[in-house]
Design a protein around this ligand. Structure first.
Ligand SMILES: N[C@@H](CCC(=O)N[C@@H](CS)C(=O)NCC(=O)O)C(=O)O
Length: 313
C-alpha cells in the first residue's frame, strides 16, 4: 500500500471527513499537522499558495480538496466502492449537502455560547486572529461568509430530514456506508465538538445513533510526522502517481501551458503552474517547489474540476 500523508489540523472538520475514511479503510497514514490559520509556509510551499485544509500527499503528488481526496483514498484502498453506481447521483448530491451543512455550522460555532467555548480553547486574542483569518478566507470568491440567518434556514431542516431517513436505515443511503455518510458527518462533528453549542445536534436520536456508528470507525493507524519530514518525502520521491482519463482538449489549453488555477467559492488564492493533465474530473498542474531556498523539486497538484477555475497564466 502506497504511503499517504494527510496535511491537516485536529480541529478541522473537512480533515475529520478524511480521517474517518482512513479509519473506515483501516489505513496507515502520516499525520502532518499544519497551522490552523495563515501563514502556513511549509504547506503553501508544496501547494503553491492553495491554503485550504486538508491536502493529501503521496510522494511528490499533492491532492487538494476532499471531493478528490476521498476518491484517491478509495482507489488506493482497493476495497469495494463507497460510491455504488446505482447511488452515484445520490452520493454526489449528498456530498453537496454536506458542504452546505458545513457552511451552516460556521455561524453556529460563533453564537455567543459557541464563542465562549472557543475563547476557553484559544483565548480572546487567538479568537480575534482566527476571525480575521476566516474573514480573509471568504473574501474574493463567489460565496460570502454565511450568516446566522442562513444557518437557521438550513441547519435544523437538514438535520430533521436526515433524522427521518436514518430512522429507517443505519446509513444515509441504506444498509451500507457510502461517501454520503462521510460528507454529512463532519459538519455535525464540528458543532458537536464545541461544548457551547453541541445541544443543537443532540435532539435527534436516529442521527446520533448514526453519528456514533460512524465515529466507531476511528482514524486508522496514524503516525505523526513534521512538515519538514513531509518536504523530505516530496524531495526524495522519484516517480509520479498515475494520471487517469483522456486529456480533455475542450478548454483550449495544451499540455505544458502556463496556467493559473483557483477555487471559485472561498479560499481563492491563485496557484500558478504548468498544465499536466485535464481529465473529466481532475485538473493537474506541475510546479517547482522551494522552501527557504531549498529546492524540493517538481510537485504535481491535483484538484477536482468541479469548483476550480483554470485560465492561461
Ligand atoms: N472544499 C474544500 C473545503 C475545505 C475547507 O473549507 N477547509 C477549512 C478547514 S476545515 C479551511 O480550509 N479553513 C481555512 C484553513 O484551514 O486555512 C474541501 O472539501 O477540501
Amino acid at each position: 500500500m502506497t504511503s499517504v500523508l494527510l496535511h491537516h489540523f485536529d480541529a478541522s472538520p473537512f480533515s475529520e471527513k478524511i480521517r474517518l475514511l482512513l479509519g473506515y479503510r483501516d489505513l496507515a497514514w502520516g499525520s502532518v499537522c499544519i497551522p490552523r490559520m495563515m501563514p502556513k509556509p511549509h504547506f503553501t510551499a508544496l501547494t503553491g499558495g492553495y491554503r485550504k485544509t486538508p491536502a493529501l500527499q503521496i510522494g511528490r503528488d499533492i491532492y487538494c480538496d476532499t471531493a478528490l481526496i476521498v476518491r484517491v483514498i478509495e482507489k488506493l484502498s482497493g476495497a469495494p466502492s463507497l460510491v455504488p453506481s446505482y447511488q452515484a447521483a445520490s452520493v454526489r448530491a449528498l456530498e453537496e449537502m454536506g458542504d452546505r451543512l458545513f457552511l451552516a455550522a460556521i455561524p453556529i460555532i460563533f453564537r455567543p455560547e459557541g464563542r465562549a467555548a472557543l475563547v476557553d480553547q484559544i483565548g480572546e486574542e487567538g479568537l480575534a486572529r482566527f476571525q480575521a483569518d476566516r474573514a480573509g478566507l471568504f473574501s474574493g470568491g463567489n460565496l460570502s461568509r454565511p450568516d446566522d440567518q442562513f444557518s437557521r434556514a438550513v441547519w435544523a431542516p437538514t438535520l430533521e430530514a436526515l433524522e427521518a431517513q436514518l430512522a429507517h436505515q443505519p446509513f444515509v443511503l441504506g444498509e451500507h456506508p457510502t461517501l454520503a455518510d462521510f460528507s454529512l458527518y463532519h459538519p455535525i462533528w464540528y458543532v458537536r465538538n464545541n461544548p457551547g453549542v453541541r445541544d443543537v445536534v443532540e435532539d435527534y436520536p436516529a442521527l446520533m445513533a448514526w453519528f456514533k456508528r460512524l465515529q466507531a470507525f476511528g482514524h486508522g493507524r496514524r503516525h505523526e510526522m513534521s512538515e519538514a519530514q513531509a518536504h523530505d518525502v516530496a524531495a526524495s520521491c522519484d516517480h509520479w502517481q498515475p494520471l487517469e482519463g483522456e486529456f480533455d482538449q475542450s478548454l483550449g489549453l495544451a499540455e505544458g501551458a502556463a496556467v493559473t488555477l483557483q477555487a471559485v467559492d472561498y479560499g481563492v488564492d491563485q496557484v500558478q503552474g504548468r498544465l499536466v493533465h485535464v481529465s473529466q474530473e481532475v485538473l493537474t498542474l506541475e510546479r517547482d517547489a522551494t522552501f527557504e531556498g531549498r529546492t524540493l523539486g517538481s510537485v504535481r497538484l491535483h484538484f477536482p474540476r468541479d469548483g476550480f477555475a483554470l485560465s492561461p497564466a
